[in-house]
Design a protein around this ligand. Structure first.
Ligand code: PEP
Ligand code: MG
Length: 574
């Protein structure tokens, strides 16, 4: 049995589909002069086969996600067909290198060259070069486990891979894959958030599942418990089937809560909103029982793409979400790329991406990209109750600069005579200790606060949110975190601002109880968690949650805080 972290619940049984989406090791192999023609032929055949596969992948991505997203695979085909690249590889083969060695050397050179380019367009190609590098080498080395889509429908396969990137997500055949297991990731890493958005059971943070499993072996993916049972016995299979049945029954019960109100047992209304991640998730999210969108993560519109979405494309994507929610509030966050979210088109690699050029920093440094997004948002705002939210704020200067770019965007639209709203409320995410400590300064200049606990925990405890080895140290109930949340609420309320939590913490029943006790009245959760959180809300008394949270704030450690909270929550349901 392999133990990881539950990222998206569900229990499924199926064969492992191992996918190694990483550049394979290439053996050092010099060849004789006489072998050159054979290696040239191998190289050309591998290119042809890769192009053929890419065309199939493209077709699937177009069906899964749409033509704009699928275009990334055209770019990859054009890389393989690039005459200069071909010539260069063939020259190296003629210097007595094997086809794989020659291709590896040239791709490394090209990737390096593109990454250092001063042209954004060139840097944007680095991710594609990497994908091509992996794909062609896998063909040349005859590696069986390189193709994420080569699966018959109805396979019920469990995809086992190191990490799930947005570009891999695009390629997945959801009719063939029943669950996901990854080496990397934690509950709040983006692999987990993506898996939840796909609605597939997922266990992440298994550390070395890709080296311990082989394709085809049968496993139980118990994503509710966060484990993977390898080659299960008949008794284990029976037990899994029984638990899956119980889960289905539970979700039927929860489904009945979708239309109910989120009011505590002592009559306090809690506003439950949903987080929308993938663009095509909006319609489903709108029927999950939430009263609007508390966080739309727009970066999933841009990552894994051949080009940045232009203003019109973004306008349509935002409008779709706004319309799906029929006039309910929709908080749309500006691009939060970087960190563990793939940077758009491969900006240069950074040694400390989480302390690096991400989120608002990138937007302010690339005002053209930012203004385009803001124009699209102001246009879409005509269709509903839109609010704009800025991620990873550490200083009020960032808010001021963003506001002035927002004003420019509005001016440009006015000059073009395009319908838009220029009075869209602007709020910030509170996800750094700096933002909490200076919340009073921020509060004077923004319309709302939304606490991003995934990052707030990471930056407060200095624990990388995506590092599976540190998962047990990622403790949202650490008193330092609880006190920062409490402080944010106090300041927000002193200034009459709405304060919400949109990090994963809000989706967890025990933590939602703690947050309500701390004073939160708006929570934004994963669509699949709405009913479960509603069940908690309806079963608790705010007075009990408040006294439990007060004790948790004074507890010396996360486990002590958890113990207090759990006892009090259990007493509410006994
Ligand atoms: C957070 O940090 O809690 C958050 C909601 O943003 P993201 O997970 O997208 O970084
Ligand atoms: Mg964040």
């Amino acid at each position: 049995m392999l133990t990881g972290i539950s990222a998206s619940p569900g229990i499924v049984v199926g064969p492992v589909h191992l996918l190694r989406w990483e550049v394979p090791e290439v053996p050092q192999r010099a060849i004789d002069e006489s072998a050159v023609p054979r290696e040239l032929a191998r190289f050309r055949a591998a290119c042809e086969k890769s192009v053929e596969r890419l065309r199939a992948v493209r077709e699937r991505a177009e069906k899964n996600a749409g033509p704009a997203e699928a275009a990334i695979f055209d770019v990859q085909v054009s890389v393989i067909e690039d005459a200069e690249l071909r010539r260069r590889v063939e020259d190296v083969i003629r210097q007595n290198f094997s086809a794989e060695r020659a291709f590896d050397v040239v791709m490394l050179e090209w990737r390096e060259h593109f990454a250092r380019s001063t042209h954004a367009m060139m840097r944007e190609r680095v991710g594609d070069l990497m994908d091509v590098h992996i794909r062609v080498l896998s063909v040349l080395l005859d590696l069986p486990d390189y193709d994420p889509v080569d699966l018959p429908k109805g396979s019920h396969a469990i995809l086992v891979t190191h990490d799930l990137t947005p570009s891999l997500t695009l390629q997945l055949d959801r009719e063939a894959i029943a669950g996901i297991a990854t080496d990397a990731g934690t509950r709040t890493s983006h692999v987990a958030i993506l898996a939840r958005s796909l609605g597939l059971p997922a266990v992440v943070g298994l550390l070395d599942a890709t080296s311990r499993l082989t394709s085809g072996e049968k496993v139980i993916l118990d994503a509710t418990a966060g484990v993977l049972v390898v080659r299960p016995t008949a008794a284990e299979l029976k037990d899994a089937a029984a638990r899956a049945h119980v889960e289905r029954r539970e979700s039927e019960v929860l489904a009945q809560l979708i239309g109910e109100e989120a009011i505590t047992a002592d009559g306090v209304r809690i506003q439950l909103l949903v987080n929308v991640d993938l663009p095509d998730e909006a319609a489903g999210a709108a029927t999950s029982g939430g009263e609007g969108v508390g966080l739309m993560r727009t970066e999933f519109l841009v990552v894994g793409r051949a080009t940045m979405p232009d203003e019109d494309e973004q306008y349509h994507a935002y409008t779709n979400v706004i319309k799906a929610f029929e006039g309910k509030p929709v908080v749309i966050r500006t691009f939060d790329v970087g960190g563990d979210k793939l940077p758009v088109g491969g900006y240069p690699h950074e040694p400390n991406p989480f302390l690096g050029w991400r989120a608002i920093r990138m937007c302010l440094d690339e005002p053209e990209i930012f203004r385009t997004q803001l124009r699209a948002l102001l246009r879409a705002a005509v269709h509903g109750d839109v609010r704009i939210m800025l991620p990873l704020i550490v200083t009020v200067d960032e808010v001021r600069e963003a506001r002035s770019i927002l004003a420019e965007a509005a001016r440009e639209l006015a000059e073009r005579g395009v319908a838009h709203r220029s009075d869209v409320p602007l709020g910030v995410m509170i996800e750094t200790p700096a933002a909490v400590i200076t919340a009073d300064t921020l509060a004077k200049e923004v319309a709302f606060f939304s606490i991003g606990t995934n990052d707030l925990v990471q930056y407060t405890l200095a624990v990388d949110r995506g590092n599976a080895r540190l998962a047990t140290r990622f403790t949202p109930l650490h008193p330092a975190v609880l006190r920062l949340i409490h402080r944010t609420l106090q300041v927000g309320h002193e200034h009459g601002l709405n304060v919400s939590v949109c990090g994963e913490m809000a989706s967890e029943p025990l933590m939602a109880f703690a947050l309500i006790g701390l004073g939160l009245r708006t929570l934004s959760v994963a669509p699949r968690s709405v009913a479960r959180v509603k069940q908690i809300v309806r079963g608790i008394h705010v007075s009990v949650a408040e006294s439990a949270a007060a004790e948790a704030l004074e507890a010396g450690t996360a486990p002590a805080a958890e113990k207090v909270l759990r006892e009090r929550l259990n007493s509410e349901f006994s």
